[in-house]
Write a protein that binds this ligand. Structure first.
Ligand code: A2P
Length: 339
């Protein structure tokens, strides 16, 4: 307890110097999370670096076995191998871990949570709660109300994903390649297997045995776990595009009962976390550049799939670093502390 009656919490951010970690720090401050201490952790490369929180300079420390002493909530976003190494240790030190990596998402003992969709799952946690993949989060926020109303039988999704989802080095790679192209310099790539500037890459993460990428399989498996329905048929194609912030998705669904486009618009117009932008007369639809920096999941271009009896097409856009990662994690933390 702090001096006042309000309970405050010691929060660690692992990966504080990264794209998502940085956003976590801003969102904790923005949403006035009741913080007693914020501990900023990263690799030894960042040891001693200063980052700002609530107008104070906080020194970043390297993550090690003593990093989680007296920590109540540990927000992890430093990659799956770091989560596997340090999250169990954080739990043993008494912290609750909210993990943004893929390390524990499909573990049956670990709740995989989107607060607008399955907040009840949080209660089952045994120390670790997983934050889903960014593309999955924005899709399920929109599809859950539709599933509840008319049951979705099949989902076909294609993504147009921003480079920030890969991390700060990918943001730099897109900038650098674009500068090099405009200056007639040789274009080099390191983060992605091909040039991303002025290009689209139909590969996100590594290929699996079935020739889908890991990102595509995450969308398929995580959606079923979050919506708590293994019977939905899902297929995904994940594409990286030269956009800095904001993932876009073309989503086609087939439903058990008919839902007209007008009914879908009405249903989604007051769905939690969703903002409907669907006015084609005014050329208004969700755009990545407008979703960047915002908390909502935007949906538009809703129309009936005329090739089947009961189907819809939707265009879903959200800030992948905020709702797709940092914001979702902090919403989970807010539920944990009862805000
Ligand atoms: P660092 O900046 O010290 O390398 P992004 O997802 O934007 O690429 O960021 C990755 C985050 O994960 C960064 O904060 C990075 O810290 C952190 N990180 C990378 N390796 C480790 C490690 N071995 N231990 C702790 N944090 C790490």
């Amino acid at each position: 307890m702090s001096g006042s009656n309000k309970k405050t919490y010691s929060v660690a951010v692992v990966g504080a110097t990264g794209a998502v970690g940085n956003e976590m720090i801003s969102i904790l401050e923005e949403r006035k999370f009741p913080v007693k201490e914020v501990r900023l952790l990263a690799s030894d490369r960042s040891d001693g670096k200063k980052l700002e929180f609530s107008e104070k300079n906080i020194t970043v420390k390297k993550t090690d076995s003593s990093s989680f002493n007296e920590i109540d909530i540990a927000l992890f976003s430093a990659g799956a191998s770091r989560s596997k190494e340090f999250a169990p240790l954080a739990v043993r030190s008494g912290a609750i871990v909210i993990d943004n990596s893929s390390a524990f998402r499909m573990d049956p003992d670990v709740p995989l949570v989107v607060p607008e969709v399955n907040p009840h799952a949080i209660a089952r946690h045994k120390g670790i709660i997983a934050n889903p993949n960014c593309s999955t989060i924005q899709m399920v926020v929109v599809l859950k109300p539709i599933h509840d109303a008319v049951r979705i039988k099949r989902i076909v999704v294609s993504t147009y994903q921003a480079v920030s989802g890969t991390g700060k080095e990918a943001i730099e790679e897109l900038s650098q390649q674009t500068r090099d192209l405009f200056n007639y310099r040789e274009v080099k790539h390191q983060v992605y297997p091909h040039q991303i500037s002025f290009n689209c890459l139909p590969q996100i993460d590594i290929f699996e045995e079935n020739h889908y990428t890991k990102e595509e399989m995450k969308m398929i498996n995580e959606t079923k776990k979050i919506i708590e329905d293994d019977t939905i048929a899902i297929t995904a194609t994940a594409v990286r595009v030269p956009v800095f912030y904001g993932h876009s998705e073309s989503v086609n669904i087939e439903t058990e009962k008919k839902l007209t486009a007008d009914e879908a618009r009405e249903l989604l117009s007051d769905a939690p976390g969703v903002k409907l932008i669907d006015n084609i007369d005014a050329l208004e639809y969700p755009l990545a550049i407008k979703a960047a920096g915002r908390d909502e999941v935007f949906v538009g271009r809703i129309r009936e799939d005329e090739s089947i009896e009961k189907g819809l097409n939707l265009w879903i856009v959200s800030d992948n670093i905020r709702k797709g990662a940092a914001l979702n994690a902090i919403q989970i933390a807010e539920i944990l502390i009862g805000v």
